[in-house]
Design a protein around this ligand. Structure first.
Ligand SMILES: Nc1ncnc2c1ncn2[C@@H]1O[C@H](COP(=O)(O)OP(=O)(O)OP(=O)(O)O)[C@@H](O)[C@H]1O
Ligand SMILES: [Mg+2]
Length: 303
């Protein structure tokens, strides 16, 4: 099996209001069949476009699943550390052990510390935190090979394998890029949940993401499927929101699941972040809270 450099060398046709210029079929990525529930289902939340609500969705979906009695682990795989901050850690760089240290330990073929030394818990949800230090790993992953000769794209998978059995769901919050950290998440996961805002450039970016997932499926992780596409910050009264939603449905709806639940916009989300709370905890009756709860139920209905 060859390795993967994380770069998808494709040209995107711009200027045409057509999202699908893929010559390759995406049907192999479809997860429209019911997913057979197994322990430690690992979900990568991805979109290389910044600000598509990956972190907000990871935080709120994990809460919604935990409310349904699921044991959930979330992994902050974005050096920005936003998810870690959502868990109330104001200075992630002061944490003694983060995802950075676990990845380095695997690369150096050292035993991983006990879970109790690095997991941060919030109610029923566990977090593997990260800090800006993780950005150094991106370069290491490109240049280094581990002593154990673990494929450099499979380092995160080794970290997860150690603790997978303790959880029903493991959700990885990814950075806005398709670099080696995201490739590691795609290699480690069972499925991908794509979040996108209803904007043309976000929707257009799905094509590059899908190409990358197809390449990962071919070279690194044959079992990967796409759970579906979740529209976030959806403003149902605006024409552009409705048009982009239809465009996504027309382009990908036959092959991929487009969730019926759409997450609306509300300033309360920013306030909830400020208080390190999910919107479901902060304002349970807010439209975004209700939408994330509905989405959690919709997500589980396909399992
Ligand atoms: N439904 C929503 N309504 C209003 N604001 C939202 C909503 N969802 C997310 N936001 C806000 O939008 C911004 C981006 O959201 P978030 O950080 O979840 O996106 P992201 O995809 O994780 O970003 P990045 O790519 O930088 O990691 C944040 O300020 C967040 O509070
Ligand atoms: Mg984020």
């Amino acid at each position: 099996m060859s390795d993967f450099d994380g770069q998808a060398h494709v040209s995107i046709i711009c200027g045409v209001k057509n999202l699908n210029t893929l010559e390759i079929t995406i049907s192999s990525l479809s997860n429209k069949e019911l997913f057979k529930l197994k322990k430690g289902k690992t979900i990568a939340i991805c979109n290389q476009k910044g600000g598509s609500a990956k972190t907000t969705t990871t935080f709120n979906l994990s809460f919604a699943l935990a409310e349904k009695g699921k044991k959930v682990l979330v992994i902050d795989a974005d050096p920005q550390g936003n998810l870690t901050m959502c868990f109330g850690v104001d200075t992630p760089e002061d944490l003694p052990i983060t995802l950075y240290h676990l990845i380095i330990a695997v690369m150096e073929d050292r035993k991983l510390p006990d879970k109790s030394e690095y997991i941060i818990s919030k109610g029923n949800i566990d977090l593997i935190p990260c800090s800006i230090e993780l950005s150094a790993v991106e370069g290491n992953l490109i240049n280094a090979t581990s002593k154990k000769s673990i494929l450099r794209s499979a380092i995160l998978r080794s970290v997860i394998d150690e603790i997978k059995a303790d959880y029903d769901y493991i959700i990885i919050d990814n950075m806005p890029s398709l670099g080696m950290l995201t490739i590691n998440a795609l290699t480690a996961c069972d499925s991908v949940l794509i979040t996108t805002t209803p904007e043309y450039l976000s929707a257009k970016g799905l094509e590059l993401l899908l190409r990358t997932i197809i390449r990962v499926k071919k070279k690194l992780n044959p079992k990967i499927v796409i759970d579906g596409i979740l529209l976030t910050m959806f403003k149902k009264r605006t024409i552009i929101s409705r048009e982009i939603a239809s465009l996504i449905k027309e382009t990908y709806g036959d092959t991929l699941r487009i969730y019926d639940s759409k997450i609306p916009s509300s300033v309360k989300v920013g306030e909830a972040n400020y208080y390190n709370k999910t919107i479901i905890e902060y304002k349970p009756d807010n439209k975004v809270a209700l939408a994330y709860k509905r989405f959690g139920e919709e997500y589980l209905s396909y399992e």
